[in-house]
Design a protein around this ligand. Structure first.
Ligand code: ATP
Ligand code: MG
Length: 474
């Protein structure tokens, strides 16, 4: 296994046919986007909604109530940011539907996109293909970010000229081939005309670069990256997908600091596969393909060693992220003991657990009953935060928030009625009634959900308690 951040061998990297742009990386927490369906129910949550002093004043950022839990999570966020919480865990406990998952996602949002956040559900460890402990180990590796800062020699500027020079090729029957390409670049301090290899011309075509774009070409590797369109070409449209950038400062030929964010998990999987190129570009190029190969403990140790080397040289920086394990009571004793070990390793991320169980049997044992179904030695490493049950008013506020997000109109008295339903069963049940409600309304030819729709749903659907009651009575 080897990868080289300095890319000293220009020929080998020019061979790698896809010079991957620096922004072509999947976001560090790419796993989270795969779970958009689960997260969509929390789309109204934009953060913890805390004041600069860390107080939860009123309802903010989509969060209603839960003052204590929000403030506690705020403290944890600052502990994580000041890197004083690694290797420890936060346990969120509370009744179903009180917002534990929402809180964890809010923590992720407060930390920002640069901090890796790797969410999973306890039951995900039960796979027939991969060992339980492997699933946990991988999640932990995906939650350790590495920020690589490289200073590279680049040619950067606005593209002013792109002229391929073709020549007759006597050996090939296909006539002309590109011999070299002339690229004109302009920066604030001057302009330069470069005569470059045809492979760079291909890269330019692949990136769909046109005259007027700001680009840079890495001197060592020949990799081409489009930064954006020069703002000299900016149009007056309000809504556009194009990003406009100013003319680069300094000379065309210069040293530039490039920053890339990836995770240990990315490096593991990229290196599990034998491949051609050996520079960082090809390592990242392979990140996109997702054929799974085994990542062994030995490989992980080697990746750690290389990364540690880069950290010592000051090239890379470790960014500990967050692993979120929802429904943690679903893990069994084997996983729990492994978690203890993972938490104590020197490169451990912050861990957030959530559970809605009280005292229960620890899975995988026949007689160990522990609070939240989590063994006491792991509980000992946790800070525990409790979420409170919502009041009727809070349920109504969340209902209104969701109705706004989903674009539903509520008629007079609907909030009141759904609030009662929520108080009687659970907030989630009330929230779930919104969509069927809108369907009933549209069947009746209305675009507003009315009280009668809510009553009709009361006849059509049962909440958990009444359903259990009906079956029990049979
Ligand atoms: N305080 C709150 N403010 C705004 N929305 C909330 C709040 N609490 C919960 N919600 C919303 O209510 C729904 C249920 O909450 P969530 O899924 O977070 O509950 P949970 O505590 O994780 O429940 P479970 O134990 O069943 O997993 C979600 O759509 C969530 O976004
Ligand atoms: Mg949950």
């Amino acid at each position: 296994m080897q990868f080289n951040f300095d890319a000293p061998n220009p020929t080998s990297s020019k061979m790698s046919e896809t010079p991957v742009a620096h922004n072509a990386l999947p976001p560090p927490s790419s796993t989270s986007s795969a779970r958009s369906a689960r997260i969509a129910t929390h789309s109204h949550i934009k953060g913890l909604g805390l004041s600069p002093e860390g107080l939860a004043v009123g309802d903010a950022a989509g969060f209603v109530g839960q003052t204590n839990a929000r403030e506690a999570c705020g403290v944890v966020v600052s502990l994580i940011q000041s890197r004083k919480f690694s290797g420890r865990a936060l346990l969120l406990v509370g009744a179903p539907g009180t917002g534990k998952t929402a809180l964890a996602l809010a923590v992720a949002q407060e930390l920002g996109a640069k901090v890796p956040f790797c969410p999973m559900v306890g039951s995900e460890v039960y796979s027939t293909e991969v060992k339980k402990t492997e699933v946990l180990a991988e999640a932990f590796r995906r939650a350790i970010g590495i920020r690589i800062k490289e200073t590279k020699e680049v040619y950067e500027g606005e593209l002013t000229e792109l002229t391929p020079s073709e020549s007759e090729n006597p050996l090939s029957g296909y006539g002309k081939s590109v011999e070299y390409v002339v690229v004109g670049l302009k920066s604030a301090r001057g302009s330069k005309s470069l005569r470059l290899d045809p492979s760079i011309y291909e890269a330019i075509l692949k990136e769909k670069i046109a005259v007027g774009d700001v680009i840079y070409i890495e001197a060592n590797t020949g990799a081409v990256k489009r930064v954006g369109r020069s703002d000299a070409y900016a149009s007056s449209y309000d809504l556009e997908s194009e990003t406009y950038v100013p003319l680069p400062k300094g000379d065309v030929h210069k040293k530039k600091e490039l920053v890339q964010d990836l995770t240990l998990g990315d490096l593991d999987s990229a290196n599990a596969r034998p491949q051609g190129g050996q520079d960082i570009m090809s390592v990242m190029g392979s990140l996109v393909k997702s054929n799974r190969t085994e990542v062994t403990e030995k490989l992980r140790r080697e990746v750690n060693k290389v990364v540690r080397g880069y950290v010592e040289q000051g090239v890379a920086e470790i960014v500990p992220g967050v692993v979120f394990i929802d429904e943690v009571h679903m893990l069994d004793i084997e996983c729990f003991t492994y978690l203890n070990a993972l938490l104590e390793s020197p490169m451990a991320p912050t861990v957030i657990f959530a559970t809605n169980r009280g005292n229960s049997l620890v899975r995988g044992t026949s007689d160990v009953v522990a609070p939240h179904g989590v063994p006491v030695d792991l509980l000992d490493r946790c800070l525990i935060v409790k979420t409170d049950t919502h009041t009727k008013l809070q349920i109504q506020k969340v209902l209104q928030l969701r109705a706004n997000v989903e674009g539903l109109k509520l008629g007079n008295g609907v909030l009141e009625k759904l609030g009662e339903v929520g108080e009687g069963s659970s907030m989630r049940y009330a929230l779930q009634l919104l969509t069927p409600g809108s369907i009933l309304a549209s069947l009746a030819g209305r675009d507003t959900i009315e009280v009668e729709d809510v009553s009709e749903m009361g006849e059509l659907f049962l909440d958990a308690k009444s359903s259990a009651g009906v079956i029990g009575g049979l």
